[in-house]
Write a protein that binds this ligand. Sequence first.
Ligand SMILES: C[S@@+](CC[C@H](N)C(=O)[O-])C[C@H]1O[C@@H](n2cnc3c(N)ncnc32)[C@H](O)[C@@H]1O
Length: 283
Amino acid sequence: MLENTPSRTAELVALMRALENSYYGEKSLLKDKYAARFLSDFYMTLFNRLSVLPDFMAFFVNIGSIGVFDFINLRHAFMDAYVKKYAPDLPLVLLGAGYDSRALRLAEYIKHGVWEFDFPATQRRKKFYLRNEQLPATGLHYCEVDFMKESLQEIFEKLGTPRTPTIVIWEGVSMYVSEEIVRSTLTTCGKFFGPGTIVLFDYWHRTTEQPVRNLAMAFTPFLMELVYNERFTFGAGLDEMRKIALECGAKKFSSFSGKQMMAKLSLTSRLPFTSAAMAVVEF
Ligand SMILES: C[S@@+](CC[C@H](N)C(=O)[O-])C[C@H]1O[C@@H](n2cnc3c(N)ncnc32)[C@H](O)[C@@H]1O
């Protein structure tokens, strides 16, 4: 990740959400009308080219991305469901928020404030593109941080994040950090916010039971580094992830594959990436 440059992967996932909105219209899972605003010229050109012939292109884009397109939108919708359920009662913390627009899209459910943490470069760009938006009445707090330079505990203390049970979303980030950071993030969230806190994050499976897929997976970190300067570093299997979460003080750990998320969201027609999963960690 280039420290002084807005995150490119955050823009890539914004492109996926913008396309999902354009392909599915009224049936869109996310209806993220803000996502397209964050696209720079290159991504906007891609968006315009890929928006034509929605029925055909939605399938083509998903197959072309080996199911990453559907996985990314499913994980976002799955997390949205938790925000709708819990944000009326709990504060919401977004770690590595990128161009997440929940603070605006789901404002009606968020009754105890949102704390968005990200690199200054990404966050300032986001604020610029949202400068004319009416921000939610219950409070949106932008917090500029570098998770690699300060401990999460110090960051929360310095910024005065409330020490009450919280819903924490850590979306699309765990694969770019070390196992040590994954452990310290989970432990700190559990200890700082206390019992009743829920941490939602997706994680990458470094290996699967399919040897051919494993061969392709071995190239993923290098490909991400080459294209985005953001290298995949952390990966874990389901049992490994459960062990880590429990060692970090979780009371309950659940994990959902793309297909299981589809079942939870009562969907049948998506083909999500199978080498990643969604973790729900309850403290
Ligand atoms: C793949 S993007 C995901 C963005 C957002 N959560 C989403 O799903 O749309 C990863 C985000 O983590 C942020 N990030 C990565 N490393 C970070 C660090 N060391 N400190 C703060 N933010 C970081 C990036 O700026 C980027 O916004």
